[in-house]
Ligand binder design. Structure first.
Ligand code: ZN
Length: 142
């Protein structure tokens, strides 16, 4: 793991929270992106080398919707940059961590992502992120 890529924050109303973070940080977000496979709309703010990712459910089936129902708005996950997501997934599996998918998925902001189950990680949902690169795309068969 190299550094914290972003902190994901579950929000009920993206435009409301976007405005809050704009006032908090003093500048605009740089991207809004819908991730259809995860039923979320995301909005990203840069903060130094890291980012804040606001996540709003785009349907009732979204994991964000059930998270907010159970725990309310707040920090949803911490994402780490990895150089090789396939290798990191194998390493974590060997360490006894439960992964939420067997293969990396295409996440927001041009990343391959995989989540680690919070039960195995002290109650914190962990996301692994690897920048999408063309050679990796071919290797992963997408
Ligand atoms: Zn994330």
């Amino acid at each position: 793991m190299e550094k914290i890529e972003h902190i994901g924050i579950a929000v009920k109303d993206l435009s409301h929270s976007s405005d809050l973070y704009k006032r908090l940080l003093g500048y605009e977000s740089y991207k809004i992106e819908e991730v259809k496979s995860e039923n979320v709309i995301t909005e990203f703010f840069k903060i130094g080398e890291s980012k804040i990712e606001l996540l709003q459910a785009s349907s009732g089936e979204s994991a964000i919707a059930s998270f907010i129902e159970k725990r309310g708005e707040g920090i949803h996950h911490i994402a780490f940059v990895v150089e090789n997501i396939i290798e990191e997934m194998a390493r974590l599996k060997a360490q006894g961590f439960q992964l939420l998918s067997d293969e990396p998925k295409k996440g927001a902001d041009n990343k391959w992502v995989c989540f680690v189950h919070p039960k195995a990680a002290g109650g914190v949902l962990i996301e692994l992120c690897q920048e999408v690169r063309e050679e990796t795309d071919e290797k992963l068969g997408y």
